[in-house]
Design a protein around this ligand. Structure first.
Ligand code: PLP
Length: 473
């Protein structure tokens, strides 16, 4: 395996190593000639794919044109044309006097849209089934580098699962306290994301003889965790207007556990009003229902200006959170906020070690969460633009109605003339993948709904909605 440093040393003049790298470079492009288009375009596309697959690391030196032409068995002219395409698109950077290096183009590294969303495989051109964003590129890389430097003291210790790094637990406790929910570090347990947190809590708290109360629609990942518990699920209807029956259902459902997402609910984007938040806290306590509140979307507030959101609080309320929406799904760090006594119990649960987060990830999360304002601000600006663009595209079409979401990542369309399954199937045949309503439903209803994320760029959203609305051919 060549690391970038070795290759840069190689590029500075150790002849045979340079030659090896040129051959390695050429071999990592695979069967590039079969890709279609001109040879130069195929070559450029093959280099892009090899960079994205990690075969050619970002920062690698580009072999010389002459060496590439020889090892790839093409004319120098083809190589020159291929490299010009790559240079124009920002995939290679030429430094005067010291050759070219592989880069990722700024149009990829400065957007919140993941690369795979508009470069999906096979017959799918745009994959809008997941509501996820790319990482804040430069900020994340810098944090990851600092985290490596700071990991020295961790390396001399055991590395086994704990409740989490003290500095991260401390930071999260401080954040809750600043937001009006007094919290000590002993009330925080770090997990590998919000769904790991939910898995651990359900394993620990679920009584299969009593139902779990869950919003419908809700995030399908959470539904999957709750279904595996074996407890019956009772659905709590949520629409853009909110959670009208929540107090009633907490009182009457016999549930011992409820799972709620009051902050920019996935998929509707709804925000639970303050009075309902207070009712949830009070009724959970009065009726012996432990309420797990998922705050994963909390920071994706798209109101202008964003306003403070009170936490749902009460003696029976447990809060879970995650870095996966506000920073990146690849950063597997989430947490549970509960009583110190429950945190101590959870540490004894055998699942805890399996669901904990690696220490280096926690260091990265600590770095980024400690200085989140810029990330959040940029993310909100891009998402707001994309949401508004999507609303413009959908507006005036009587095939659907919707409420503009106040936050989150998705729009929830109520369809008037067809079902979500039929419309998603039609879109799929045209190369657009979307998730229909029943996947968000406790009992596979919500058939007249479709979720459309606004995690794509405005250009992609325009083309996607074009595919959704074009008449049958
Ligand atoms: C409400 C909600 N919670 C949690 C998650 C994912 O959490 P994590 O990746 O931290 O497990 C999602 C992802 O879409 C979500 O919508």
């Amino acid at each position: 395996m060549h690391d970038v440093q070795t290759m840069e040393v190689a590029a500075r003049g150790r002849g045979p190593v340079v030659q090896n790298w040129t051959m390695t470079f050429a071999s990592r492009l695979g069967e590039w000639r079969s890709a279609g288009g001109s040879l130069a375009q195929s070559l450029a596309r093959a280099v892009q794919n090899a960079v994205l697959d990690g075969q050619i690391p970002v920062g690698s030196p580009m072999p010389s044109e002459r060496a590439l032409a020889r090892d790839m068995d093409v004319s120098r002219g083809t190589v020159v044309a291929g490299l010009a395409l790559l240079r124009d698109a920002g995939w290679i950077e030429t430094r005067h006097g010291s050759g070219s290096v592989v880069r990722l183009p700024p149009q990829l590294t400065t957007r919140t849209t993941p690369w795979s969303l508009d470069h999906a495989a096979g017959d799918i051109e745009f994959d809008l089934t997941q509501a996820v964003t790319a990482a804040p590129y430069q900020t994340y890389l810098a944090a990851a580098r600092r985290a490596v430097d700071r990991s020295a003291t961790l390396l001399v210790d055991a590395g086994t699962a704990t409740a989490g790094l003290p500095q991260l637990r401390g930071l999260l406790a401080e954040r809750y306290t600043q937001q009006g929910l007094a919290t000590t570090p002993s009330q925080i347990l770090i997990t590998s994301g919000a769904m790991s947190a939910l898995t651990l809590l359900v394993d620990h708290l679920c009584d299969r003889r009593r139902p779990i109360l869950v919003e419908s629609p809700t995030y399908p990942g959470a539904l999957a965790v709750l279904r595996r518990s074996g407890a019956p699920l009772v659905s709590l209807p949520v629409d853009a207007e909110g959670w009208r029956r929540v107090a009633n259902l907490i009182r009457s459902s016999r549930a011992n556990l409820a799972y709620l997402t009051p902050d920019f609910h996935n998929p509707t984007g709804a925000l639970m009003p303050g009075d309902v938040r207070r009712q949830v806290g009070a009724h959970g306590d009065r009726h012996d229902v432990t309420v797990v509140v998922d705050e994963t979307m909390r920071d994706l507030d798209l109101r202008t200006p964003p306003a403070a959101i009170p936490h749902v609080a009460g003696p029976r309320v447990i809060t879970i959170g995650s870095t996966s929406k506000v920073i990146w799904s690849g950063l597997r760090v989430g947490w549970i906020r509960a009583s110190s006594a429950l945190i101590r119990e959870l540490l004894l649960n055998p699942l805890h070690a399996r669901l904990s987060s690696p220490p280096l990830e926690q260091l990265i999360a600590h770095d980024l969460l400690g200085d989140l304002d810029e990330i959040v601000c940029e993310r909100r600006t891009q998402l707001r633009t994309q949401r508004d663009h999507l609303v413009n595209l959908l507006d005036g079409n009587d095939a659907w109605s919707y409420t503009v979401p106040l936050g989150g990542l998705t729009m929830w369309l109520q369809l008037h003339n067809t079902t979500g399954i039929a419309l998603a199937a039609q879109a799929r045949r045209r190369g657009l993948a979307l998730t229909p309503g029943p996947q968000f439903s406790v009992d596979r209803t919500l058939t007249n709904y479709l979720r459309v994320p606004f995690t794509a760029t405005p250009e992609v959203l325009t083309r996607a909605i074009g595919l959704l609305t074009s008449p049958p051919t």
